[in-house]
Design a protein around this ligand. Structure first.
Ligand SMILES: N[C@@H](CCC(=O)N[C@@H](CS)C(=O)NCC(=O)O)C(=O)O
Length: 244
């Protein structure tokens, strides 16, 4: 049994390292696990070898016993189903979880990702050009925080009484709310959930991957500058060659 993980220290990448640590925390034997960190700013995602694993040229991806799985939420689903724990129910209750996993993939990921790009990374546009996308994605991000608040008023986790893959997927984005510049402080239930999830030992280990200990919860000036620069390259892809 072997699990090869291709990832990086980003919201979508952390989902998988957090999941692996949560499975280990639950006592699951994952067999041999190799974690490969890709440098997105160096264009590792565009190499021919990586494209055989993920033709979409993005992290994360896994290869488990010879099968490639792409898309962070599909990977969470796959790992949840393959290694049964309360992170992913194996009875009808999974239908309380799967829709919220899709909800993350279709809403939080793209909206927060675009808000982040226009707020921090895309520098070759004028303030006027950036105003509309920042306003549009910012408004929608705030609305999504409201949806989370509605859910968390009913139960301690996003889709019920248990911490699940839906919380992992969503938390890995929401934890960066300051970097994305989306205010969540008017929703104390979301703030509490953010802290409750952060205190889980599996989550702590999962987000430590690829980041110096002192910078897990707040970036140094150097890291901020390097993310702004490298994020700019990734957001526009202008300096990277791809035939796809
Ligand atoms: N929908 C994909 C999104 C993956 C994604 O956007 N990954 C980013 C890092 S968070 C990436 O690899 N970016 C490199 C690039 O765009 O060149 C997923 O959830 O896996």
């Amino acid at each position: 049994m072997s699990l090869e993980v291709y990832t990086g220290a980003t919201p979508n990448g952390w989902k998988i390292t957090v999941m692996i640590e949560e499975l280990l925390e639950a006592g699951i034997d994952l067999g041999h696990v190799d974690v490969h960190q890709l440098s997105l700013s160096d264009g590792d995602q565009f190499t021919e070898d990586f494209m055989k694993i993920n033709p979409n040229q993005k992290i994360p991806a896994i290869v488990h016993n010879g099968t490639s799985i792409i898309e962070s939420c599909a990977i969470l689903h796959y790992l949840g189903e393959t290694f049964p724990t309360t992170l992913f129910p194996n009875d009808d209750r999974r239908w309380q979880v799967i829709p919220w996993l899709y909800w993350q993939a279709a809403n939080i990921g793209p909206i927060f990702g675009n808000k982040l790009s226009y707020t921090r990374y895309i520098r070759d546009a004028t303030d006027l050009e950036r105003r509309h996308p920042i306003e549009r994605f910012g408004k929608e991000a705030s609305r999504l925080i409201g949806v989370m608040d509605y859910q968390l008023a009913k139960h301690p986790y996003l889709c019920g009484d248990h911490f699940t893959v839906a919380d992992i997927a969503t938390w890995c984005w929401i934890r960066s709310y300051k970097w994305v510049k989306v205010d969540i402080t008017m929703k104390p239930r979301v703030v509490d959930w953010l802290e409750r999830v952060r205190n889980r030992p599996g989550v702590e280990r999962g987000i430590s991957f690829g980041v110096p200990k002192a910078e897990i919860d707040s970036f140094s000036k150097e890291r901020r500058e390097s993310y702004m620069k490298d994020g700019g390259i990734i957001a526009s892809n202008s300096e990277l060659n791809s035939d796809v």
